[in-house]
Design a protein around this ligand. Sequence first.
Ligand code: F6R
Length: 605
Amino acid sequence: MCGIIGFTGGGNAIHKLLDGLEALEYRGYDSSGVAYFADGALKCVKTKGRLSSLRERFAETDDSAVLSGIGHTRWATHGEVSDRNSHPHGNSRVYGVHNGIVENYTELSAYLSRRGYSFESDTDTERAILLIDCLYQSLKDPVKAMMQASSMIKGSFALGVVFADIPNTVFAMRRDSPLLACPSDEGMFIASDISAVLRYTRRFAIIEEGELAVLTHNSIRFILPDGSAREKEYESVTWDTSAAERGGFPHFMLKEIFEEAEAVSRTISGRIREMHPSFEIPLFEMEIPKRIHIIACGTAMHAGLMGKYAIEKLARIPVNVEIASEFRYRDPILEKGDVVLIISQSGETADTLAALRLAKERSVHTLAIVNVVGSTIAREADSVLYTRAGPEIAVASTKAYSVQVALLYLIAIRLGEASGKLSPCKTEQLCRELENMPEYIEETLNIRERCKAVAERCSAHHSIFFIGRGQDHALCMEAALKLKEISYIHCEAYAAGEMKHGTISLIENGTPVFAFATEEALLDKTVNNIREVTSRGASVTLFVRAGLKLPQGIADEVIELPCVRELFMPLCAVLPAQLIAYYTALTLGCDVDKPRNLAKSVTVE
Ligand code: F6R
């Protein structure tokens, strides 16, 4: 995780670095810092806490003449959250910022200690930067020093480095952590993510592994390990700054919830037109799989569970859904004809990336569903389907979930059609209904005031349950994750029929239980489970698909969701789950967009 930025160009560098860090704060916000050239020397200012604390340190100074520097916003991995562990790290000769994990930190510490170095922080980063300094002292060449350091560092890194005796030049390299080089009219940037520099440019090139980028005020050179230069084409993002701004909403999370309908529409409509009515253009090139393994983390894994329901229902292909951090270490059985389907919003999640690499090693076809264009997972998978959600800034994933689910439905329909399990007529009907889903997603937003009232009531509780059966259970898992991560209230998702096997003992008078019932065939069973908890004092809010008949007084509150095909209900049902999490966190005064201990892009395992 952690966000990195670097700039060299025509002035106001501190301002640009701080603004860039603000856009990158979603990657980590334990501390932040900058190192820059001023008065013929390198200076470093860093502090724990949010970026506002760093901004305060510059409030009184006129730094408009500063031409270049590097900046960092941290999600702590090595060492507590403190000023001294904040980045940049280094000494009067060299400073650097780092995203990733240096695994041979202990060996490097010993190597450096033997050469007279001592350490001021507990971080792995400091070792990497001092190693560069040490090599630079002997090799006298920054490119050679960084290349050699790269070969000595085990683990992952994106590094931005400045040397005191090479003013206004920024050096950058990476392995398994993202880093872009971005030219602009005002100067040259490096950034973990294009959103950090969108105010100045939309152009970027990915710094490839093994390459070194050298930025001066009017040039970016890419150097290969043999010292030769590499010419690169720059790519451009199509979205602009407004997509990465709040646009009148109090929080990114709320904005992103309100963007779900449009995002789902972008994700599916063009592709449905490709499939329907002629089905001439394949959604992806692959044989019908014998078995599908959906691998992801967190919310993306929950989206995968919906994919399992859809693919098994429509295409009758067995699907195994697994958490990436488990899959990668359990020697999974992958056979010829299997497909590994990787889901990741960021395309950088370390465990998910490792799972992808494992599948590739075993020669199994890999298909990735990714939001961030050009991310590592997108580049390494055999085929990629982009979710086209636009940037998701809030740490809690909302619109990314919906577009992942929508794309999985499309894959399920496609596989059903291609395997002959769905007739052309049924396929067409499903496509048409899926294409209409954005309307129903919009309609679901009408229940937001009721969700707010429910949230205000449940915010006083310390324990909350979500229950449902079938795909409603999978939805409950996402609902509980959302509420936990941003409101810090302990909650659990349970298969409604499983409560009585132990967990029901936690129900007491007034315990809030959210029940979801969107599948007719399971309704009576879920109703029975609701009775089991209400008779033990639970206060139940039931979300039900409109049109399903309920017994009188079955729950304290019943909130109807639009009546759409059961299979597609999660695209509507997830909205109250997200809204309840949002309003509960708001009521409790939590930082909705930047919950404690978390970061958006989890690039450590
Ligand atoms: C929760 C959340 C996380 C991510 C998970 C995977 O709101 O955002 O659970 O879903 O860290 O991230 P990606 O999709 O980027 O691989």
